[in-house]
Write a protein that binds this ligand. Sequence first.
Ligand SMILES: [Zn+2]
Length: 319
Amino acid sequence: MEIMKARTQPELMTVLKFLDKRMVLPVKNKQHIVSMEKGYEGEKRFDSLLGMAVQAEVLVLNDLLLSISDQSVQIDSLVITPETAYLYEIKNYRGDYQMKDRQLLTLSGKEIGNPLTQLTRTTSLLRQLFHQWHADIGVEGAVIYVNPTFTLYHASPKDPLILPNQIQAHFSKLDSQRVALNRNHRYLADRLLSKHRTDANFHQLIPDYDYHCLKKGITCVVCGSFDMEFTQRMGTCKSCHSKRAKEETVVQNIEEFRLLFPELKISRNIIHEWCGEKVSKERISFILSKKYTKKNHTTGAYYEWKESSLDDSLTNKRF
Ligand SMILES: [Zn+2]
């Protein structure tokens, strides 16, 4: 199994979580964080189940956002096997549900929607794209329910739904294919990757904020609390009791700043203020010159990110 596009925490979720610590977020944004967290947890569960079950040569592309025939297509996971590209829509619902007239409902009758509407559309658009590209490979789509507590009553065996107790058997089927991939499969995966784009609606889903309205201070990298205590080298969170090197905590807080304010220059003074003046300016200068590249040495020095100096997915985010 080769992961050609790894899954990372959604940027929108990262930004909203950072803002949630430092301002009062509208309820709809808070609810969005909770639903994104549930979804992301489910996607990671899917990745782990797939990783454990499939050893065969397949190509995996996660979180693809494509534009096909002017329509936006979002794919949670695409697994390219020699004969078929399996497209998965991953759901992390907990508890008991029922299917009635192709609608998914809770047992008390609350309508959740038709799980197959989106899947049918996505599958058909991907087939159309492969046809345009003359890619000789089938497309099969399925909605996969990964939470082990999920139970579905009255589901039709004909519907492309994979329930928790069917996941193992389904992945075993993928794993049993013994035909090798060829360079056409890889070419197809590369072509899909080059077509991937970032979400243009991203900014519309973030509330307005500016530097002055956000709470200043150093936050715990584990739980987000401002209740931190520092010694010479270590930082201890009084809320979750985690301990981290002071430098690591400061760098993570600088990275929060960088992600939230890509247009602002990173200077010693602004980071000193951003960190709530909890760390001396000398220490901030030391950390900045170690991890970042200094620009404009004479007057008004500022720092830019030194590529590859920190191996953390957070630092690769741009929007
Ligand atoms: Zn903490």
